[in-house]
Ligand binder design. Structure first.
Ligand SMILES: NC(=O)C1=CN([C@@H]2O[C@H](COP(=O)(O)OP(=O)(O)OC[C@H]3O[C@@H](n4cnc5c(N)ncnc54)[C@H](OP(=O)(O)O)[C@@H]3O)[C@@H](O)[C@H]2O)[C@H](O)CC1
Ligand SMILES: [K+]
Length: 223
């Protein structure tokens, strides 16, 4: 199985959008639908689903997942992590749609009430240590051992190295898009990702793309 770094995944994402012309919102919708497949596979208590969304495209996936669950009548709440006014355009577009569906965002959620948490805070764009407040929230969530499905990568895990950036939300299952990430197979990332499911969302890879991880069995330890 081919493994990629965060930056290789972003290159493939951008190639699919910029060169092939696949609309970003189509990829986000397919990513969301692939997570819905896993949510509906019967392994989780769906009585109260809490979606935690960030301000980048990982958060856009989270808002789309929330909409799909809400439209199917699930008891789902959406809480943003960060100042929504600073969210990327992809998130704003998803928010505008979900507000037309009548869903009102939660300002503050009680983790204890949730039976399943969808982690859509950070994905492959994580590029620094997590803010202190988020680290505290993650440590508290890990302590109560809620079932968590991570969208693309567990928040706090460096998708390339598997290192923890201050704190990382332990996932029961990680649904990752296109290719598995090296950081989900090694170091703490390999442990905190739980069961990793790779889903095809229609990303295309340039024919001459040179993957850094050519040894498909084990990721090199020095990435
Ligand atoms: N590329 C696509 O069109 C698709 C991507 N998919 C999903 O998107 C994420 C990757 O999205 P991206 O926006 O690149 O990054 P994240 O959502 O992971 O992170 C959000 C932004 O947060 C900033 N950032 C990074 N680290 C930190 C930190 N430690 N503290 C605070 N903020 C942080 C960063 O912004 P900068 O301006 O700082 O660069 C990030 O951009 C991918 O994982 C998929 O889930 C879709 O699924 C398919 C289409
Ligand atoms: K995530």
């Amino acid at each position: 199985m081919q493994l990629v770094t965060a930056s290789e995944m972003q290159t493939i994402d951008n190639y699919t959008i910029e060169t092939i012309g696949m609309p970003q919102d189509v990829l986000i919708e397919r990513a969301a639908l692939s997570v819905i497949d896993v949510i509906g596979a019967g392994h989780f208590n769906l009585d109260h689903i809490l979606v935690l969304a960030g301000l980048g495209n990982n958060g856009a996936d989270g808002v789309a997942i929330t909409r799909l669950l809400y439209a199917q009548g699930f008891n789902v709440s959406l809480q943003f992590v960060g100042n929504v006014s600073r969210a990327k355009d992809s998130v704003q577009r998803q928010l505008a749609i979900i507000e037309k569906y009548g869903l009102v965002r939660a300002e503050k959620s009680d983790f204890n009430e949730a039976t399943l948490i969808i982690d859509a805070i950070f994905g492959t764009g994580l590029n620094n240590i997590l803010p202190e407040g988020l680290q505290k929230m993650i440590k508290a969530a890990n302590h109560i051992e809620k079932a968590v499905i991570a969208v693309d990568t567990p928040t706090g895990i460096d998708a390339t190295t598997g290192e923890v950036r201050g704190a990382a939300l332990k996932a029961h299952t990680t649904v990752t898009f296109g290719y598995n990430k090296i950081g989900l197979t090694q170091r703490v990332g390999g442990y905190l990702s739980g069961n990793v499911i790779v889903k095809d969302i229609g990303l295309l890879t340039p024919a001459d793309f040179l993957f850094s991880n050519t040894d498909n069995k084990n990721a090199p330890t020095n990435v």
